[in-house]
Design a protein around this ligand. Structure first.
Ligand SMILES: C[S@@+](CC[C@H](N)C(=O)[O-])C[C@H]1O[C@@H](n2cnc3c(N)ncnc32)[C@H](O)[C@@H]1O
Length: 254
């Protein structure tokens, strides 16, 4: 079974309306010039930051996503701002020290193994400047509980329609949760309909994440040499609480 990351054009269609967090990163990174971004993908965050003059290393282990990013970088003449690096964020490290490391759109939740989560943070700690900042977005307990209580989880659930030049897609998904491990696994189904409304193609992708509670990430960050400076519950930078839809953590070296 493939993942949607092999199809960057579908990924972009799915996330084309997600824009709110861009301003959050612009604000929080105002006084930082060099950025390492994990899970940069097709550059939804990378490109707007590069256009503001930031120097970004865009790390991703999915070559198809990076090829899509590369095409955009060339079109926008951002080669001097963005360096694309095909690497695994768990083991990635570098000699040069940087001002900031960001992990947008729950990319840290993609690390399913607890030791690998530690390894990732340990490596970041090594090359982040002493007064540098680590910003990570994580899945919230609210989202996890909502998925857990959804009784229709056993079946495919219709999520949304996405219009494309030759018709439209229906996006469906089925979610499975494991409360012991906090694993969340989804099957994401895209049904393509042509202009005559005929369902002429279907593609299925696997997506998996691991939920990490706020208490756990706090301990994990501490263990790896970071302290949480702020936790935000939305893109307007209001404080995080248990009812928050989002969680953005701004951490500093201890
Ligand atoms: C949800 S996408 C986010 C893409 C982009 N940052 C955005 O906001 O639209 C997660 C990205 O993380 C990448 N990723 C997942 N695991 C990774 C790993 N171990 N190392 C590097 N990249 C990884 C995926 O290939 C994917 O491009």
């Amino acid at each position: 079974m493939q993942t949607i990351l092999k199809k960057p054009e579908l990924y972009n269609l799915l996330y084309q309306d997600v824009k709110e967090d861009i301003s959050l990163y612009k604000t929080l990174l105002k006084s930082y010039d060099t950025i390492v971004e994990y899970g940069a993908g097709t550059g939804r965050i990378t490109i707007p930051l590069a256009m503001e003059g930031k120097k970004i290393k865009a790390i991703d282990n999915e070559i198809n996503m990076l090829e899509n990013l590369h095409e955009q970088i060339l079109k926008l003449n951002l080669e001097k701002q963005v360096q694309i690096i095909n690497a695994n964020m768990i083991t990635y490290t570098q000699k040069e020290l940087v001002d900031s490391v960001i992990m947008p759109l729950t990319v840290f939740n993609y690390i399913m193994d607890e030791k690998e989560q530690d390894e990732c943070l340990f490596n970041v700690h090594k090359y982040l400047k002493d007064d540098g900042v680590l910003i990570l977005e994580l899945l919230t307990k609210k989202t996890f509980l909502e998925l857990e209580s959804d009784k229709s989880n056993d079946k495919y659930k219709y999520i949304k329609k996405i219009n494309v030049d030759d018709g439209y897609y229906e996006y469906w998904r089925r979610t499975r949760l494991d409360k012991e491990t906090n694993y969340i696994k989804q099957k994401r189904l895209f049904k393509h309909f042509n202009k005559q409304e005929e369902n002429d193609n279907e593609e299925m992708f696997i997506w998996q994440n691991r939920f990490i509670s706020y208490e756990t990430i706090k301990d994990k960050l501490k263990k790896n040499g970071f302290t949480i400076e702020e936790a935000y519950g939305n893109c307007q930078l209001e404080s995080f609480n248990n009812d928050s839809e989002d969680l953005f953590i701004k951490a500093k070296k201890q």
